[in-house]
Design a protein around this ligand. Structure first.
Ligand code: SAH
Length: 357
């Protein structure tokens, strides 16, 4: 690195212990870390100037050495049902999406974990331009914080189901979850956090050993490897059996029920035979199936099955004692399928797409 070139520290990506060490290394008392962490992660300020109980000289020093990530809301679309979709601007000009869903039990925010995605699922809008880059913990936190700030209402649930594959950005995602649930910060219960993955087996196994109480959701979308490979290129790398074995380990280690997401694509994975195959696959596993009627994306694979077909599929699972729900449609009038808003805004360029065969 060129001498004299100062790379500023992303202070909002430091967890509480790292911030404490950083403050101590600057000769500051440990309680300063409590204050500065609280300003960023509880009061959600975006500048050092707002930290009114910190001396001007320390604020200036921090400002010279660090930056506070300023992920911001560029655009907001509100659906008739109150669901709001946000186009978020990152510091370097990249854009991602987040969604706010209002439920009786509280406000849920769905966040993006990467700018773009390299998983290549054939029906999905988020992967069209490939992966641009991973998001930092500060950029994932920023999506939650900005939505809480703009609504003035507490976010109680966070879902990692926006653009990107969370387990392809493992370290940053784990740090984000720990910071999100830190009582020194915004303090969202891990039980109210759901991570959705297309099934990167080695990282499901790592996640099981992290000691987190989050819900794991697996994007299964097919009951057999051959069909899954037609829908999701990642299935060329991991078999369904290896994913289910990893889920079994997750259930044993965490005691938590796993969710299987099943996006229903007309004439592809929505038959009674597929439902029976799914029953055999999941029988005896502590799990729940969430059927997602496909949200068709222009230029991508598939259309949505009729409502009776979806009901019929659900009934077969129910009769065979598999817990099942149909995802309630929210915000379908505002391009609810993730990635569509960003694509409209001519988001990312084409980058790597490693899972494509
Ligand atoms: N990479 C993660 C998060 C992706 S989005 C994962 O694969 O799980 C969350 C869920 O929405 C996934 O199950 C994904 O397959 C599904 N999904 C994406 N686009 C969709 C669409 N157009 N219609 C229905 N489901 C979709």
């Amino acid at each position: 690195m060129a001498e004299g070139l100062l790379v500023k520290k992303d202070i909002k990506s430091l967890d509480f212990n790292e911030l404490k060490e950083f403050m101590q290394s600057r000769g500051e008392a440990a309680f300063r870390a409590v204050q500065v962490y609280g300003w960023m992660h509880k009061k959600l300020v975006q500048s050092f100037d707002e930290m009114s109980d910190i001396s001007k000289s320390l604020r200036n020093a921090l400002c010279n050495e660090c930056f506070i990530d300023s992920t911001c809301i560029l655009r907001k679309q509100v659906s008739k049902d109150g669901t709001a979709k946000f186009l978020m601007g990152l510091n370097d000009g990249n854009k991602v999406e987040s969604v706010l869903m209002k439920y009786k039990h509280g406000n849920s925010v769905c966040i993006s974990t990467q700018a773009g995605c390299r998983m290549g699922c054939r029906f999905c809008a988020s992967t069209e331009g490939g992966l641009i880059r991973n998001l930092a913990p500060s950029e994932m936190l920023g999506q939650v914080y900005e939505i809480q700030r703009t609504t003035g209402e507490r976010v109680s649930n966070v879902i990692l189901m926006g653009i990107g594959e969370p387990l392809d950005n493992y370290d940053n995602v784990i740090k984000f979850i720990k910071m999100l649930s830190d009582s020194n910060g915004i303090n969202i219960s891990q039980r109210n956090i759901t991570l959705s993955t297309c099934g990167i087996v080695e990282n499901i196994l790592r996640l099981a050993d992290e000691g987190l109480a989050i819900t794991l959701a697996i994007s299964l979308h097919a009951p057999s490897d051959s069909l899954r490979r037609m829908i999701m290129p990642v299935a060329n790398k991991y078999s369904i059996k290896s994913i289910i074995d990893a889920c079994r380990h997750y259930i044993e280690k965490t005691g938590r029920r796993v969710t299987f997401e099943y996006s229903m694509i007309k004439g592809t994975n929505d038959g009674s035979g597929h439902a029976m195959e799914l029953v055999y696959l999941l029988k005896g596993l502590n799990c729940h199936v969430n059927l997602i009627p496909l949200n068709p994306v222009k230029g991508r694979m598939g259309s949505r099955p009729g409502a009776e077909n979806i009901q019929k599929f659900k009934l077969i699972l129910e009769k065979n004692h598999i817990n099942v729900t149909i995802r309630r449609e929210m915000g379908s009038d505002i391009d609810a399928a993730c990635g569509q808003l960003r694509n409209k805004d001519k988001g990312g360029k084409l980058h790597e797409n490693i899972c494509e065969e």
